[in-house]
Design a protein around this ligand. Structure first.
Ligand code: S3P
Ligand code: PEP
Length: 427
């Protein structure tokens, strides 16, 4: 476990190309693997999570070439996947685990799925239960709720499923299984979660029906290989949007950032808090919108964040908490229980680590309350193996009066291996 020391800076200035979107990179590899023909991906995120997806699909018999952000997937259709002779190791990646289970649910062979200590604590019944209802045979710890999981797919039937949580991973797993199941599969969710699966499946030639919070697919569909251009990840951009807003004398431009509406809760929050944020060069590629984002040092107001916006910014809450420590007044984050089942319990880790740095923050059952502005005073914190906690602490370090020492910093490689290089470029 290595440590990193971050010190206060006088300004952040310049332009950064944000690395590829993690959600879209996973899907490009997985959909390429089940499609017929050669899928090429540009702008792929070479972070550990997406590399876990590549490694699992290689074990399932798919040839995949990867060189930095360029990937070629030699898909052979659904039947081109074959039984792996090894365990499928998903590392730290919830997205790999849940979407891959959806694909394996209709494959007539045995697979074993395992991950790291964090994955072993994350609930999988949210996908294994509906996939079992469709006909897949799944077993694992806690009656199939935790890894290691064993799955034998086969003849599955479509279902109509109302998910208790707004989760793109749940929605995607069921829709992927539905593509090779008998009849129609319908998923309904309480709020709209990210819709990259729907958009990319359409680009791969799949027909699906969308009606508000409901998505349906008819079984028996094949995918046709594509060229995928991956936009920059707004969840990675979020760290620099916040840094630009709270570090004095700053102006940062982030290029080619994905601004799919199911992901832009962070932009809505920044604007509502009063941040000086501008969007330019908007364009659409592969059904996904992108833009350049420019942020300047801003005077900020605390706000309430709750309800339908939560799934649109769920991964950004650790860095929004840092932002709120520097805003005038109180920020209340509600309806965010899902934070408890991420790489760490992010309510606990955000609150405990920011308290160490001098923030006035308290945990609630479904979120947190932050009173600002508070000068952050530095100290020793840890990522607890959670990339987003590590990066949030580093940005807090840029505005702290004394240095911030962050333990277990390599976790950041999961989603943003060049994070510290990018900070350095802006100083
Ligand atoms: O589908 C995806 O790519 C993701 C969905 C979200 O998880 P949930 O589906 O659990 O909400 C998000 O937190 C995760 O980082 C990526
Ligand atoms: C929750 C996250 O990812 P995953 O669920 O894929 O592990 C994340 O990136 O913050």
């Amino acid at each position: 476990m290595s440590k990193k020391i971050v010190e206060r800076v006088q300004q952040l200035k310049g332009k950064i190309k944000i690395p590829g979107d993690k959600s879209i990179s996973h899907r490009a590899v997985m959909f390429g693997a089940i499609a017929n023909g050669k899928t090429t991906v540009e702008g792929f995120l070479p972070g550990e999570d997406c590399l876990s997806t590549i490694s699992c699909f290689r074990k399932l018999g798919i040839e995949i070439k990867q060189e930095e952000d360029r990937v070629t997937v030699f898909g052979k259709g659904w039947n081109g996947l074959s039984e792996a002779s090894e365990i499928l190791d998903v590392g730290n990646s919830g997205t790999t685990t849940r979407l891959m289970l959806g694909i394996l649910a209709t494959r007539p062979f045995h697979s074993v799925v395992i991950g790291d200590d964090s994955i072993a604590k994350r609930p999988m019944a949210r996908v294994t239960e509906p996939l079992r209802k469709m006909g897949a045979k799944i077993d694992g710890r806690g009656k199939g709720n935790f890894t290691p999981l064993a799955i034998r797919g086969g003849q599955t039937k479509g279902i109509t499923y109302t998910s208790p949580v707004a989760s793109a991973q749940v929605k995607s797993a069921i829709l992927l299984a539905g593509l090779q199941s008998e009849g129609i599969t319908t998923v309904r969710e309480p709020h709209k979660s990210r819709d990259h699966t729907e958009r990319m499946l359409k680009a791969f030639g799949v027909e699906l029906q969308e009606d508000g919070l409901t998505v349906s697919v008819v079984g028996g569909q094949e995918l046709a290989s594509q060229h995928v251009v991956v936009p920059g990840d707004i969840s990675s951009a979020a760290f620099f949007l916040v840094a630009g807003a709270i570090v004095e004398n700053s102006e940062i431009t982030l290029t080619n950032v994905g601004i799919n509406e199911t992901r832009t809760g962070i932009i809505d929050v920044l604007l509502k808090m009063g941040a000086k944020l501008q969007l330019t060069n908007e364009k659409v590629i592969n059904e996904e919108k992108m833009a350049d984002l420019t942020i300047r040092t801003s005077e900020l107001q605390g706000i309430e964040i709750s309800g339908e916006i939560i799934p649109r910014l769920i991964d950004e809450i650790p860095i929004i908490a840092v932002l709120a420590t520097q805003a005038n007044g109180t920020t209340v984050i509600k309806d965010a229980e899902e934070l408890k089942v991420k790489e760490t319990n992010r309510i606990d880790t955000v609150v405990s680590q920011l308290k160490t740095l001098g923030a006035n923050i308290e945990a609630t059952d479904d979120g947190m309350i932050i009173h600002g502005p508070t000068p952050l005073i530095g100290g020793k914190v840890a990522s607890f193996g959670d990339h987003r906690i590590g990066m949030a602490m580093a940005i807090a370090g840029l505005v702290s009066s004394a240095q911030v020492e962050i333990e277990d910093i390599e976790a950041i490689d999961v989603s943003y291996p060049t994070f510290f290089d990018h900070i350095q470029e802006l100083i």
